[in-house]
Each structure stands twice: as structure tokens, then as C-alpha cells.
Design a protein. Structure first.
Length: 300
């Protein structure tokens, strides 16, 4: 029988992941498709209990949670801490009301920036996990995804960050615009991607000017869906690199995210002359949650 001394929770929009923890050791892990986006406010506690109830004893157990569970439409809205600041402060976690007294839930706060206005939620835990393993890091973290976050790290603090909606724009264009007839769900061809990203990284206007030619090239020149996907992705990511130039130029950059998407960013950045390194972000959330649990225990 698994009896953890605390439970780690990563609750995103589409997925819920939980780990039974003994200190920093994982005893067991589970997941479900009951992400924030599919739940009403009174559905969060039952969704959590479905996964963890047999881990619970008779006494309250600390549950450290991050991600969209703390969004305005989540279980309970967690605050945004203003940067510059450390990535995590578990003492400022939000404590949602629960019906089961065995659940001692702490939802970690996100981060915000006033000028230019920006917010992040969930990535702060990945950042904390990275810094727990690399405490002397100075430079920029790039966290690709639906919304890509560029985060400046100095002295173990988040100095500032900037969000680009590149992944969402790609999804909209490839699935809902005329380009769906050219690209659909094709995987990006890497050669086409690198060619387009090189063009757009030095001229951000290429992203807008090069869109319809993708459809025309499919009709006239035999452009394949994979080549079209590569060029579209390259134009958008290259344009992002052009806009984010002050955030990565002359800095060490670590790309944290899913391997396939991170590889595209790493290729585009290296081609543009950046000192870029790729890291799988899968385990960093758990490392950050562990750091938060340790800090919470130390201060109680």
C-alpha cells in the first residue's frame, strides 16, 4: 500500500498528473484527462480524489499543486507574484476549500509583469525545477508551447519575461485558414523549416508576406504538406526570434519543453548564432514541486 508523505500535482488545461512522494522520491505516479478545461469549480476535488484517494491515510496530507488549477476558472484563483522575484514562494500558495479533511491543498502562485503586461502560470514551477538543478545559471530560458515564454534569469530570480502566441497562431493558420488545404496535420520538414526561419529571423515582415505563397506553391510548384508545415513553422518561429532578439542575443539560452518543438527552436536559434541548449522539461515540474514542498516543510 502506497502511503506518501506529500502529493505533487501538475494540473493543466487538458491533463491532470499526480505523484505520490516520499521526500524527493517518487513512489507512484498517475494521470487522467480531467484537466482544468473540462471541469466546473466543484469538479476539481472529485477529479483529484479519483486518482489519489487510496494514497490517503487518516490525517491531512500536503498536496502541492501548480498550473491552470490556479487560474480564474480553476479550482481557486491563485495570485500572480510581481517580477522581479524568485520563481516560487509556497508561503503565498492559495488554499482552496475542501470537503475531504484529508486534503491539505496548496496551489502555487503564478508570475506577472506590469510593463509590458504579461503573466505566466505553471512555467514558474519548471523554472524553479531548473534552478534547483542549475543554481548558478545566468541567461534566458525559452519555454516553447502553445504560448512561448522567454524568461530572463539573474541571481536565481526572474527579472522579466515575454510571451509569444506562436504555437496558437500556427494551430489557427494550419487548421482554420486557407492554409489548412495545404498543411493540415503534416509534420514540419526540417530543411524547409530552417530555410524559412533563417529568412524571418532577419526580417520579421517575412512572416506575414510569406503566408499566402505557401498555398500558391502547393497549387503551382508541388509544395508538399510537410514542406508547407516546415515553412509556416519557420516563418512564425523566425519572426519570433527577430522580435525576441534582445532576450537571447549575447546570452546563454536553455530551451525547456517537449523534445520535438524544442528541437525546432534549438535549430533556429543555433542557426541565428545563439548559444542555445535543449532540455526536456518533463521532469522539471516535479523538481520544482519538490522544491516548493521542501520550502513549505522548512517554514512550518
Amino acid at each position: 500500500m502506497v502511503r506518501p508523505d506529500w502529493i505533487a500535482v501538475d494540473w493543466g488545461t487538458t491533463r491532470l498528473r499526480v505523484w505520490a512522494m516520499q521526500g524527493s522520491e517518487v513512489l507512484e505516479n498517475r494521470s487522467s484527462d480531467k484537466g482544468m478545461g473540462s471541469l466546473s469549480r466543484d469538479g476539481f476535488e472529485p477529479a483529484l480524489l479519483e486518482l489519489v484517494e487510496d494514497w490517503l491515510g487518516d490525517q491531512p496530507i500536503p498536496i502541492i499543486a501548480c498550473g491552470m488549477v490556479g487560474a480564474r476558472t480553476g479550482w481557486a484563483e491563485a495570485e500572480y507574484r510581481h517580477t522581479p522575484c524568485t520563481p516560487l514562494d509556497p508561503q503565498r500558495a492559495t488554499r482552496p476549500q475542501v470537503n475531504d479533511p484529508r486534503l491539505d491543498v496548496h496551489i502555487l502562485p503564478g508570475l506577472s509583469q506590469i510593463d509590458p503586461p504579461d503573466v505566466l502560470r505553471g512555467e514558474e514551477t519548471q523554472i524553479a525545477g531548473f534552478l534547483a538543478q542549475n543554481p548558478d545559471f545566468e541567461g534566458t530560458l525559452c519555454l516553447p508551447g502553445t504560448h512561448c515564454k522567454w524568461v530572463i534569469i539573474t541571481d536565481g530570480r526572474v527579472e522579466g519575461f515575454h510571451t509569444f502566441m506562436t504555437g496558437e497562431v500556427y494551430a489557427l493558420l494550419s487548421r482554420q485558414s486557407v492554409l489548412r488545404l495545404t498543411i493540415g496535420d503534416a509534420k514540419p520538414d526540417r530543411v524547409s523549416f530552417l530555410e524559412a526561419s533563417a529568412q524571418a529571423a532577419t526580417n520579421a515582415d517575412m512572416a506575414a508576406a510569406g503566408l499566402f505563397p505557401l498555398r500558391a506553391a502547393a497549387l503551382l510548384n508541388g509544395l508538399t504538406p510537410e514542406q508547407g508545415a516546415g515553412r509556416l513553422s519557420g516563418l512564425l518561429i523566425g519572426s519570433e526570434l527577430a522580435s525576441a532578439h534582445p532576450l537571447w542575443h549575447g546570452r546563454r539560452v536553455v530551451i525547456i519543453g517537449a523534445p520535438e518543438l524544442s528541437s525546432l527552436y534549438a535549430g533556429a536559434l543555433t542557426q541565428a548564432g545563439a548559444d542555445a541548449h535543449q532540455l526536456d522539461g518533463g521532469e522539471l515540474v516535479l523538481s520544482g514541486l519538490t522544491a516548493a514542498a521542501t520550502a513549505l516543510t522548512r517554514n512550518t
